[in-house]
Design a protein. Sequence first.
Length: 345
Amino acid sequence: MADSRPTEPETLPSRAGADAVAPETVDPVGHRGQLVIKDRAVERIAAAAALQVPGVIRQRGGLSLFTGRDLPRADVTTGGGAVAVNLYIAAEWPYDAAALTRRVHDAVDRQLHELTGLPVHELNVLVAATSVAEATERSEPSVPVEYTEADIVARTEYRAPVPVVAPLPPLAHPAAAPAAALIAVGALALAFAAARELLIVRGTYAGAPWLRNSFEWFGRLHWQSWIAPVAAALVLLGVVLVVVAVKPRRRTHVPLQVSGPVPTVWMRRTDLARMCSAHASTLPGVYAARTVVDRRRALVSIVGSGEESTADLVAAVRGAVAPNLELLAEPIALVVQVHRPRTAR
């Protein structure tokens, strides 16, 4: 006999607990990919922000379509989580250069930080051209930008510390450059000879083969007295080439003292020697001066008159030359030699 009582719906177990995923296993948004902002995008943002400043105009040259030398133009360098910008603009004449560049600096700095999220480590504004703006030149709407001292403080609040990377010092050309050039010339000559042999084999060019005759001559060669010296010379040449290849390049400049933690300004030893000689030659009682600067010392040789004593000349030269050597980040010794002029017969 069938039961006519209404049946209650069967309650199924909830699958919320089965389908739920622990919060710690959810892949956060930041780990699903990587955001890359190209330098070209940063350049366009900087140029567009500069055009919004009153007094900045767009300037196009005759060959700008091919050379890309429109103004405003930005050169961008990114690295270390920050961006450095060199911004070239055209200004509407007449203008206040100090106020205009400050406003451009403020507008570009804010736009780059708001649109890219990258702190601006360095922003240089250069007025590359001046012109009288036409009514049709300004296509972008101008937004007034006010500049106050508070803006300077506000800009520095969001700047993250940028790691300082020591630049490579100026170095001379590799010692292996001449050997590499000779090897390149030899490789080209071998390629020419191989192409000539191929044309001879295919019958395109009639002539005596060089490589085949050379190999046959070398295969028929027996021991000769000149083989030992040639072999020794080749071994010596190979050792010299290996030494030249691994030889480190020498520094061509000396670092100068700067305010930063790493040296970024360099000077040639020749220029330093000329500067020392110029200061020493202007002293009274000095006929001529010559300076030689090496890694350890600066040797100043002067020709003095017979009126001044040697001690006075040495003290005077040291007082004039020592401030120049204090500019070096790596101090070197100063040596002064005094020579007397030869008396006429």
